[in-house]
Ligand binder design. Structure first.
Ligand code: ADP
Length: 539
């Protein structure tokens, strides 16, 4: 029998010695700062020593309130390796949610980026378990009371740490769901699950990250481990390019031009912003060999635009906070004709090795994998949670399976197609309309920058779709023209009669359309709704 636990310290040590020259580049207001993997790993050792000196023991939670930056990576590596638990705090949570998650996780120490110090100061008083706040870099930390300097703490220690032989099933990190539906829920990731998940990210059939890559990590490190890319990068020797707080299209394009990354990960809204920016600016994406996009449905128009405009292939993925997150990747299968490639890529993706997937009906009966039957996806596997932290939920978890709340079809090759979330699907006249499919089609209309679709009450059909459109270039497309466009693409009874135009769509803390808020605003009558006469289409 073989031995040897799967630990984060193994990832740290491997990157430190085998890829000691690979680099971490962090964007700054003026230029970049760089550190080698060897330096980052050594500083992670120094950080662990400093935390130990502050009284951080096994299983204690160390919060991070930070951007994608070198010090965050040091915490990603050092905190779990010493046996403590990294708790990444979402910097965009509301005041109440932030205080709630710090208290719920009982964070003992919080590492705060200087630029975020004023934001954290607003909840500091309420965080009763927090004994020390450590500030990275400069910033106005006057509202935080007594703080410690990250750099000083690290500099006071010598490199080297005799990493403990932990149990691989011990907690390494935790992240709370973004709380779009109720209170945030804590998800704990073990060393084993993170290690296996990272290994999957390096696999040729996975993201396939190697030493030859430079990965631009756009997904925030405070959200689901930045899709575990910091660990994948460290394990594979790929250089990591960290955009820090410069997450908008303009600075991102500058970072891409300067740093020439080969891979990147982000939600569709960010790629849509970059595309829009490229309409009026010279943007060079030629360094990319591929982009990974997920976290929300990816419109076909976006995949096509990246292919045509930049010659860059985009691959969709699906996952959740509860699943670490990657459960599916949208690489087309072998043996297909070139003209079918895009059809496959618009699917949500194929289940990745290690994850089991199925769809069930509302009685919990398993449905056939015929690509036609619609049910709720359930998943299980080594990096899929089986419970929330300190909160049993039989609603979500049963017999090792996670009920995802996502609806769609599954085929015999393991390809899934999400049609909606259970809470977003529009129930019209006893049938379902996919809000996701509708909005993806609307976003394919030339004058549309972004569009979100929600269900609104309707006396006759119980619910009907309302489309909220952000026009591209400020010119409103005609709703009747958009309906005619849709009429060739979706079933007739899906055609939306209600349209509204907005300057921007509300987004969640992780950049997805906030449909809960949209529904609330619609219920308050905040939108000026234009009605389109559908009679010519319904015939
Ligand atoms: P939140 O619930 O706040 O959005 P998560 O990041 O955990 O937090 O979101 C997971 C959800 O995002 C999934 O359950 C699914 O509804 C959606 N999602 C993720 N990737 C995709 C995708 N490729 N296509 C459609 N929906 C997706």
């Amino acid at each position: 029998m073989q031995g040897g636990p799967l630990l984060i310290s193994g990832i740290l040590r491997y990157g430190q010695y085998v890829y000691g020259d690979s680099e971490v580049v962090t964007a700054q207001a003026n230029g970049y700062r760089r550190a080698t993997f060897f330096e980052v790993a050594s500083r992670a050792e120094q950080l662990a020593k400093a935390l130990r000196r502050l009284g951080v023991g096994d299983d204690d939670r160390v919060g991070t309130f930070a951007w994608n930056e070198q010090e965050h990576l040091e915490a990603y590596l050092g905190v779990p390796s010493m046996g403590a638990v990294l708790h990444t705090l979402n910097v965009r949570l509301s005041h109440d949610q932030l205080a709630y998650v710090v208290n719920h996780a009982e964070d003992k120490v919080v590492i705060v980026d200087g630029s975020l110090a004023p934001l954290f100061a607003r909840v500091r008083e309420e965080c009763k378990t927090v004994e020390h706040v450590i500030v990275v870099g400069d910033g106005d930390d006057s509202g935080l009371g007594k703080v410690l300097s990250y750099d000083e703490l690290v500099a006071a220690e010598s490199p080297g740490y005799d990493w403990p032989a932990l149990d691989e099933n011990q907690a390494a990190a935790m992240c709370y769901t973004s709380g779009t539906t109720g209170r945030p829920k804590g998800v704990v990731y073990s060393h084993r699950s993170t290690w296996l998940h990272s290994f999957g990210g390096m696999a040729a059939g996975g993201v396939g990250v190697t030493e030859h890559d430079r990965v631009l990590v756009i997904v925030p490190m405070f959200h689901v481990n930045a899709w575990v890319m910091p660990y994948v990068g460290f394990f594979s020797g790929a250089d990591l390019v960290m955009p820090e707080r410069f997450m908008k299209a303009e600075p991102l394009c500058r970072i891409i031009r300067d740093q020439r990354p080969t891979l990147s990960i982000g939600v569709p809204t960010i790629w849509n912003d970059v595309l829009n920016y490229a309409k009026t600016h010279d943007v060079d994406l030629s360094s990319f060999r591929r982009l990974h996009v997920g976290g929300a449905a990816v419109p076909r128009a976006l995949l096509e635009a990246y292919e045509e405009r930049f010659g860059v292939r985009m691959i969709q993925g699906w996952g959740m906070t509860e699943t670490s997150p990657v459960c599916s990747l949208g690489f087309p299968p072998k043996g297909i004709a070139p003209e079918e490639d895009m059809d496959w890529r618009t699917k949500t993706g194929r289940v990745v090795p290690g994850v089991e997937i199925r769809i069930v009906d509302n009685q919990g009966r398993v449905l056939p994998t015929d690509g036609v039957c619609v049910g709720e996806f359930e998943v299980r596997g080594p990096w899929v949670a089986t419970s929330y932290y300190k909160e049993p939920s039989t609603e979500r978890f049963h017999d090792g399976w996670l009920r995802t709340g996502d609806l769609g079809t599954l085929d015999a090759k393991g390809f899934m197609q999400i049609s909606d979330r259970t809470k977003d699907v529009i129930k019209s006249g006893g049938e379902w309309i996919s809000s996701v499919e509708l909005e993806n089609e609307v976003m394919g209309y030339p004058g549309v920058f972004e569009a979100a679709v929600i269900g609104v009450p309707d006396a006759r059909w119980s619910e009907r779709p309302l489309v909220a459109v952000v026009p591209a270039d400020g010119v409103r497309p005609e709703p009747a023209d958009m309906v005619a466009f849709l009429a060739e693409r979706v079933p007739r009874w899906w055609l939306p009669e209600r349209w509204t135009f907005v300057e921007e769509l509300p987004k969640t803390s992780v950049g997805k359309f906030d449909k809960k808020l949209l529904r609330e605003r619609a219920a308050e009558g905040a939108f000026e709704v234009q009605q389109v006469d559908l009679s010519s289409h319904l015939g």
